[in-house]
Write a protein that binds this ligand. Structure first.
Ligand code: SF4
Ligand code: SF4
Length: 450
């Protein structure tokens, strides 16, 4: 056994993968097949044991209890009220406990939101953009879009002033419309915290036709269990280029007008990398401190690896802290770095990317080495694109100044560039420094914008 970490993160799935929606890209739905015959409800004894062990294991004052699914609200409010009672019972005197829940929002009402507000829950609400983009894949069991119910849920959150962030998956139906998506969250929903998660659904050649149909149960049809295998992707999956361009378009708007007001998780994490901090597992050198617990107490290496090979054990049979500190888990986390292909180790943005999440490392490098991240081209483009403003913001932080000063810096830089563009000839190198000819770069873009 290795030394236990002083803190770690667990996503608890009290209903397992069970959800009232049937989102087409949600391969978590298929994890139901791992527990045939289960009722998929975390029992009260397990809830108590989980809270007790989680609080006991933490050697730092801050502890987060994170609920997710499936859809956690299907457990009913009383389950979460009991979780608060157990927290009060088992928390150490110096511990400060915060609560988060990721929800599709469709079950929220006044009772839920009064409870959330009273206990300072931070709610992650899944929305994929304006109605047509959201409803493309986020559908109910009858195949109807869930947008109206989600907006109702958001109204309840706002009415009770519950803190929320928007979690938006990026996929084939919204990836080409970044600004519409971002402005909808910022201007129409009044969101201040936004996360973007790329949809990458892997499949083998054999599995792909079924995978393209989605991951839920279908009467009379075969259903695949999602495992991290195969080098093909479903038709819903975002391409690397699309993802990079999506992030760049939003960054360019954010960095000119929203810094300090709108928090986009990936931009914050990226700034962290520029000052030498790694605040998100996927862009850290190693991982393994973000586990997942199923409804029956089975603890897995990560929420993305809820599959038999990554089961660490059950917390009713072995102490959670021993499972977290196990050699199996240490190796899982260390492998993130140890399996990096040479192409990544020599990459100029390695310090910000670290090869991304291992679950997406299923393509080959240009030299034919396996283990490159499917999103590599997008990551590289994004990290290179943001380099200058990130450097500026990192410098502001170093001198205890506000990173938001970057907006004035960008305005000044843009004004200078406009002057240079006005003087440039079509065949000159583009004044923006891209290395392309002016006619292939900003000259063309200016033309496209009319
Ligand atoms: S496998 Fe990916 S999501 Fe899971 S802990 Fe590692 S980097 Fe994070
Ligand atoms: S950008 Fe690509 S090559 Fe560079 S570290 Fe990330 S995945 Fe590896």
């Amino acid at each position: 056994m290795t030394k236990a970490p002083p803190a770690f993160h667990v996503l608890a799935k009290p209903t397992g993968a069970i959800c009232n929606l049937d989102c087409k890209y949600c391969f978590f739905l298929s994890k139901e097949m791992l527990y045939p015959g289960s009722r998929f409800r975390m029992a009260d004894e397990l809830l108590e044991a989980y809270i007790q062990q989680l609080l006991e294991a933490h050697q730092v004052p801050e502890v987060t209890i994170a609920w997710q699914g499936g859809e956690p609200t299907l457990m009913g409010l009383d389950f979460f009220k009991r979780s608060i009672e157990y927290v009060e019972q088992y928390k150490k005197p110096e511990q400060r406990v915060s609560h988060t829940m990721q929800t599709n929002g469709t079950k929220l009402d006044d009772d839920w939101c009064v409870f959330f507000k009273e206990h300072n829950f931070l709610i992650g609400l899944s929305v994929d953009g304006p109605q047509a983009m959201h409803d493309a894949y986020r559908v109910n069991k009858g195949g109807e879009g869930s947008f109206p119910q989600v907006m109702l849920g958001l109204d309840y959150l706002k009415a009770h002033e519950v803190d929320f962030n928007i979690l938006c998956t990026v996929h084939a139906a919204n990836a080409d419309r970044p600004l519409e998506v971002y402005r909808f969250f910022r201007d129409d929903l009044g969101a201040e915290f936004i996360q973007f998660i790329p949809i990458v659904e892997r499949a083998t050649e054999q599995l792909l036709p079924l995978a393209n149909l989605g991951w839920s149960e279908r009467a009379g049809a075969q259903r695949p269990l999602y495992v991290q295998q195969g080098s093909l992707v479903t038709e819903r999956t975002v391409t690397a280029e699309q993802y990079g361009d999506f992030l760049i378009a939003i960054f360019d708007e954010w960095v000119k007008r929203d810094v300090g007001n709108i928090y986009v998780q990936l931009f914050d994490v990226t700034l962290g990398s520029w000052v030498g901090q790694h605040n998100l597992c996927i862009f850290s050198p190693t991982c393994g401190n973000a586990l997942a617990i199923e409804h029956n107490g089975d603890l897995y290496a990560c929420d993305h690896y809820v599959e038999p090979d990554y089961l660490l054990g059950n917390i009713l049979e072995e102490r959670m802290i021993d499972l977290v500190a196990s050699e199996q888990q240490r190796k899982f986390g260390q492998d993130k770095f140890d399996t990096l292909p040479k192409y990544c180790r020599e990459c100029e943005v390695l310090f910000a990317c670290y090869g991304g999440c291992p679950k997406n490392r299923f393509i080959e490098t240009p030299e034919g080495e396996p283990g490159l991240n499917y999103l590599c081209a997008g990551y590289k483009k994004f990290f290179k694109h943001v380099s200058e403003p990130m450097r500026f913001m990192a410098n502001e932080l170093r001198y205890n100044r506000a990173p938001a000063n970057v907006m004035a810096f960008m305005a000044h830089r843009d004004a200078q560039l406009q002057q240079l563009f006005a003087k440039a000839h079509r065949n000159d190198p583009c004044p923006c420094g891209s290395g392309l000819k002016f006619k292939q770069c900003h000259y063309r873009r200016m033309g496209e914008q009319g």
